[in-house]
Structure formats: structure tokens, C-alpha cells
Design a protein around this ligand. Structure first.
Ligand code: SAH
Length: 234
């Protein structure tokens, strides 16, 4: 393996929870609830049927499998062994074909440069020591003319209050310590890294949660959670 851009404590966190990944009432409930929104966001821009897609930091496979169900040919990679085992089992039991591999973004990029119509890297960059290195790997993996999708959490007082205090301590949607404030990423920082890697940012869309109605929505408010769509020039 190349010089690893990985925080082993982060991998351990997700390994410990992995068996509950597909339980919609578990710690992964927020991912289950946002999954249709982000699948629609990606499908509207990419048109998933027939596309070759690699999902970086796929975890238990909610997004990978969702994209495969919509007709994409999907590879999911992660460094966590337990989430990948859960992902493989779930795909098999559901009769959905997804290729899962335990490898870093940087290493698969060296192996499969330019082979994908699209790269997705959702809710992963805020768990990595050097996000810009993962973003460069995403650029390398996508074909010229291809598309890259990111999502993460903004870094500002409101994001601290909603994504950490609210989600982890008050509403207890996520285990305490899931997200570390200093590792959250402002849209300007993500866009800067994407541009430095050679990508052109096309869109940034917010994802908001209303704790009263318990409904997630896509909208223009990027102050907490957000998605970003970028392209590699043809
Ligand atoms: N992208 C999935 C899972 C998000 S959870 C989704 O949105 O549904 C974050 C995932 O990132 C975990 O599965 C964790 O194991 C993985 N991860 C963290 N650091 C990583 C790294 N350096 N390389 C690859 N995967 C990593």
C-alpha cells in the first residue's frame, strides 16, 4: 500500500458499528434517510443507467447498492473490513451486483486511472487526514468529461451546533464522537481542492434536517450538510 492517508481510529469507529449498517433505525438512520435525496441528485446529473461508477468510502454500501439498483455498474471501496463484509453480504442477499474492494482511494486510482464515468465520495472526506489527496484520486479515477460527486459537513458555529451538538448529544442520531469539528470542511475549501485537482465545480446544494418534522431536504442552505458536483474537462 502507498503511504496511507487514513486515520485508523476512524476506520475502527465504523468497523464497530458495521453490523447495524442496514438497520434503518440504527446509528445509520441519517444515511438511510438522505440516501434517496442524494441518489436523485446524482441520477439527475449523471443518469445512472449503464454508467461505470466508483464509490469512495462506500461503508456498508447504501449508496453503492442504490446506484447499482438504478442501473449503474458500481465498484465500492473502503478501508474498513467489517463495513465491506456487510456490504458484500447485503448485495448478495438482495441480488444486486456490486464490486467491493478493501483499498484506499489513492491506490485504486493508481490501478484504474481514467476508467470511470463518475466518482462518488459522500460523507467520507471529513474522516480522512488529507482530503485533498482523496480528491486528487477522484480526479484520476474519472474519465475526461466524467463527473465527481462529494458530500460532507460545513465548518461554522451553526454546523457545530446542528451536526455535532444537536445530532450527537441532543437528538442522539449519531454516536458521540462521530464527527470532529476541526475536520469539517467549508464549501470554499472543498471547491478549492477540487479546482486544484483539475475539476470544475458545477453545483453546490445544501441538505437540511428539520428536527420537528424529521424530514431531510435538498435546498440552497449549505450551512450544515451539502453536496457538490464537479466535472473533469473532456
Ligand atoms: N459513503 C458512505 C459511508 C459514509 S461513512 C455513505 O455515505 O453512505 C464513512 C466511511 O468512510 C466509512 O465506511 C469509513 O470506513 C470510510 N473511511 C474513512 N476513512 C477512509 C479512508 N481513508 N479510506 C477509505 N475509506 C475510509
Amino acid at each position: 500500500m502507498s503511504q496511507a492517508n487514513v486515520d485508523s481510529a476512524e476506520i475502527a469507529k465504523f468497523n464497530a458499528l458495521a453490523e447495524r449498517w442496514w438497520d434503518p433505525n440504527s446509528e445509520f438512520r441519517p444515511l438511510h434517510e438522505i440516501n434517496p435525496l442524494r441518489l436523485n441528485y446524482i441520477d439527475e446529473r449523471l443518469s445512472l443507467p449503464g454508467k461505470k461508477v466508483i464509490d469512495i468510502g462506500c461503508g456498508g454500501g447504501l449508496l453503492s447498492e442504490g446506484m447499482a439498483r438504478r442501473g449503474a455498474e458500481v465498484t465500492g471501496i473502503d478501508l474498513g473490513e467489517a463495513p465491506l463484509a456487510v456490504a458484500r453480504l447485503h448485495a448478495e442477499q438482495s441480488g444486486v451486483e456490486v464490486e467491493y474492494r478493501q483499498i484506499s482511494a489513492e491506490d485504486i486510482a493508481a490501478e484504474r486511472a481514467g476508467q470511470y464515468d463518475a466518482v462518488t465520495c459522500l460523507e467520507m472526506l471529513e474522516h480522512v487526514p488529507d482530503p485533498s489527496s482523496v480528491i486528487r484520486a477522484c480526479f484520476t479515477l474519472v474519465k475526461p468529461g466524467g463527473q465527481v460527486f462529494f458530500s460532507t459537513i460545513n465548518r461554522n458555529p451553526k454546523a457545530f451546533l446542528f451536526a455535532i451538538v444537536g445530532a450527537e448529544y441532543v437528538l442522539r442520531l449519531l454516536p458521540r464522537g462521530t464527527h470532529e469539528y476541526a475536520k469539517l470542511i467549508r464549501p470554499s475549501e472543498l471547491a478549492g481542492w477540487a479546482r486544484d485537482a483539475g475539476l470544475e465545480v458545477r453545483d453546490t446544494t445544501g441538505m437540511t434536517y428539520n428536527p420537528l418534522t424529521q424530514v431531510y431536504k435538498l435546498n440552497r442552505d449549505v450551512s450544515v450538510n451539502y453536496l457538490m458536483h464537479a466535472v473533469r474537462h473532456a
